[in-house]
Design a protein around this ligand. Structure first.
Ligand SMILES: Cc1cc2nc3c(=O)[nH]c(=O)nc-3n(C[C@H](O)[C@H](O)[C@H](O)COP(=O)(O)O)c2cc1C
Length: 231
């Protein structure tokens, strides 16, 4: 299986799918990860299979084709729900890529099918993630911001910090807005590296979810080094 860093390098949003079921091995691997996330991160992700209606109508932002499987991203209402949804949802996106499946986060372009998932009292549906075998049709590509535009990296910055920012720049964000920033703040009294991860203003919103996704990519890109995120 490819590494997470390789998955970050290769991943892109997939909106055209072959209307095929997931294999049992793919569904089992995703379900095992969902169970682990729901148990440890207080979320309520759900895998919906063989359900073509949620993404069936072409909508202004993103034209989905052939989506029959998707993840419901949900959890208990909390101030940090969106960031956690991003951080853990992206773990599933990268796992899906490792399993040979394309995916696409969807904040807007879906129609809820309430019979196909459950929300407990106090829980909220955050968004959906379309999932499946890519049809092979070309997908949109995007211009990315640069390391200098989204961080304070310079020639003195630790290499791991730059690698983290580079991985964050490959993260999916709503309408490719990339409204995040990473600053290396040196070390604290006990020698721990400090990294400030912040989000910028966006009229579109979704910046908290985007930041959770970008932080996961940063961690994977930074590798083994010990650092802490500060506000
Ligand atoms: C929180 C979030 C919400 C998104 N919502 C939608 C959506 O509603 N419809 C859609 O087609 N794409 C959606 N996207 C996908 C982005 O447009 C896509 O990630 C971005 O353009 C970068 O492209 P890439 O993922 O191929 O790198 C969303 C992405 C994120 C992270």
């Amino acid at each position: 299986m490819m590494t997470l860093l390789e998955a970050i390098g290769a991943r892109h949003s997939v909106r055209h799918y072959l209307p095929e079921p997931l294999t049992a091995a793919q569904a089992d691997a995703l379900q095992a990860k969902i169970d682990e996330i729901n148990a440890t991160a207080d979320l309520h992700f759900q895998l919906v299979q063989n359900e073509p209606r949620c993404f069936s109508r072409g909508m202004a932002y993103g034209q989905f084709k052939g989506v029959e499987n998707y993840l419901v991203v949900a959890g208990r209402k909390a101030p940090d729900l969106d960031e956690r949804a991003g951080y853990y949802g992206e773990q599933l996106v990268l796992l899906a890529w490792q399993l040979g499946l394309g995916s696409c986060w969807a904040g807007l372009t879906y129609r809820k099918q309430p019979g196909r998932y459950v929300l407990s009292p106090g829980e909220k549906l955050v968004c959906m993630i379309a999932l499946g075998k890519a049809s092979g049709q070309p997908e949109r590509t995007h211009r990315r911001k640069t390391v200098a535009q989204v961080s304070n990296a310079d020639s003195d910055s630790p290499e791991w910090f730059v690698r983290g920012v580079e991985a964050a720049l490959k993260a999916p964000t709503a309408i490719n807005q990339q409204k995040f920033r990473f600053d290396y703040l040196g070390t604290d009294a006990s020698g721990r590296h400090l990294v400030r991860a912040s989000r910028l203003f966006s009229l579109v919103g979704y910046t908290q979810m985007d930041l959770g996704i970008a932080k996961l990519h940063f961690e994977i890109g930074a590798g083994d080094v010990q650092f802490v995120f500060v506000e």
